[in-house]
Design a protein around this ligand. Structure first.
Ligand code: GLY
Length: 420
């Protein structure tokens, strides 16, 4: 079978419906949970069910959830990190637990998707003998392909025991795909815990069984009324694996956007020996998806809160477009039809609000370009007054940011170009 992201989305949701799950819609990117700026995982809309504070519509559900995470924003432009992505998930509210979650993940990957089992490796929380035994004894995975790791990687949320946040949490088991890319890693124990870039996390199975609270300032894990399952599979990454592509950017949920950027900029992705321009294309493609979906869900560019996250995404995309791809005229609104082409069949809100999204982006981009021009002139004067190898004083960089809204990363880049 030849895969693409659309087919993977459909296959996942069908598989879990066959296993008795009710299909529920994606929640908004703006969550009801006031402790979060954006919906960052499939489980966010289900927190009250895990805590036993509300009755779920069904004991098993499955979703594809639009998510926005900016924790890795500085890595975006590389081959795997995204801010906006779709997360496929299956959830159990006090119904099935570890055994079914693991056996079904294995069945879906190796039988439905036909992923080569020899390319998969697994992690479990260091104390979780039960999950280890299910992978080892029931699935038949050799012990040296199951890694026991600590709460940083194998607890959800990461480090929740020692650092919080309070709320539902639990140990998790992650599934990694061996890209077999030779990263030059010399680590003889190279495995999913190694950050050399060879191992791609594709699915996280969370065994949501505790509520974290604090007592006298000390963390405390209280068993939840019922044991639950929360899983998250990255749609774009897994589609790239199935399609044997170098990155998610070449899958069908990105390709129209990539092509449109190429046309506007007059360059070819991977068409020249210029990695900087490919990275800029990837960053813009990521950020325009994030901006389009945020605006569709009611976020407007502002100087604080979620509006600031949106503004930052927009400004980063414009700056990269201008400086690396020489996109001298506003271009973001012109990318929205391509986002709609890639994702409008699944998310009708971006089709319905397309012209509003374009207007919002056009207005923001025109305003920012004026600011940018004023800041560029001012920065130019500052840099010219300094000898090479000098240091641009921090208060000047701050004035540029504070008075002109000029991004610090751009100040850094332009100064570095002159050895300052
Ligand atoms: N909630 C599981 C995950 O986002 O990985």
């Amino acid at each position: 079978m030849s895969w693409n992201a659309r087919a993977l989305r459909r296959a996942f949701l069908e598989f879990f419906q066959e296993k008795g799950h009710r299909l529920l819609p994606s929640d908004s990117l703006v969550p009801k949970d006031p402790s979060l700026l954006f919906t960052s995982a499939g489980m966010v809309q289900f927190k009250p069910y895990f805590l036993g504070a509300a009755q779920p519509p069904a004991p098993r559900v499955t979703t594809v959830q639009k998510c926005l995470r900016t924790t890795d924003i500085d890595a975006v432009g590389d081959l795997s990190h995204l801010t906006f992505f779709e997360m496929l998930g299956n959830f159990s509210f006090g119904d099935y637990f570890k055994r079914e979650a693991i056996l079904w993940a294995w069945e879906f990957l190796t039988e439905r998707l036909q992923v080569d089992p020899s390319r998969l490796q697994f992690t479990v929380f260091e104390e979780d003998d039960e999950a280890f035994d299910i992978w080892h004894r029931e699935v038949g995975i050799e012990a040296n392909r199951i890694w026991r790791l600590g709460e940083k990687t194998n607890f959800w949320p990461a480090n929740a025991i020692s650092e919080g946040p309070n709320g539902p949490c639990g140990p998790c088991s992650e599934i990694f795909y061996d890209t077999r890319i030779d990263t030059g890693c010399q680590n003889p124990a190279c495995g999913p815990a190694c950050d050399c870039g060879r191992w791609l996390e594709i699915w996280n199975l969370v065994f949501m069984q505790y509520e974290r609270t604090e007592e006298n300032g000390k963390p405390k894990l209280i068993p939840l009324p019922k044991k639950n399952i929360d899983t998250g599979m990255g749609l774009e990454r897994t589609a790239a694996v199935l399609m044997e592509l170098e990155s998610p950017y070449e899958t069908d949920v990105f390709l129209p956007i990539l092509r449109r950027i190429e046309t506007l900029a007059g360059v070819r992705y991977k068409g020249q020996a210029d990695e900087k321009s490919d990275a800029a294309i990837r960053l813009i493609a990521d950020h325009i998806r994030a901006a389009t979906f945020s605006i569709a869900d009611g976020v407007i560019p502002q100087n604080e809160g979620r509006g600031y996250v949106l503004r930052r995404l927009i400004r980063r995309a414009i700056t990269r477009g201008l400086r690396i791809l020489h996109l001298e005229k506003p271009f973001l609104a012109d990318l929205v039809p391509a986002v709609v082409e890639a994702l409008g069949d699944q998310y009708p809100e971006i089709v319905q609000r397309q012209s509003y999204i374009e207007t919002t982006l056009r207005f923001e981009e025109e305003r920012f370009r004026q600011t940018l021009q004023a800041g560029l002139t001012r920065l130019e004067e500052m840099l010219q007054s300094l000898p090479p190898n000098a240091v641009l004083p921090g208060d000047r960089a701050f004035t540029l940011y504070d008075t002109y809204g000029f991004p610090l990363e751009l100040t850094r880049e332009m100064a570095a170009e002159r050895g300052i």
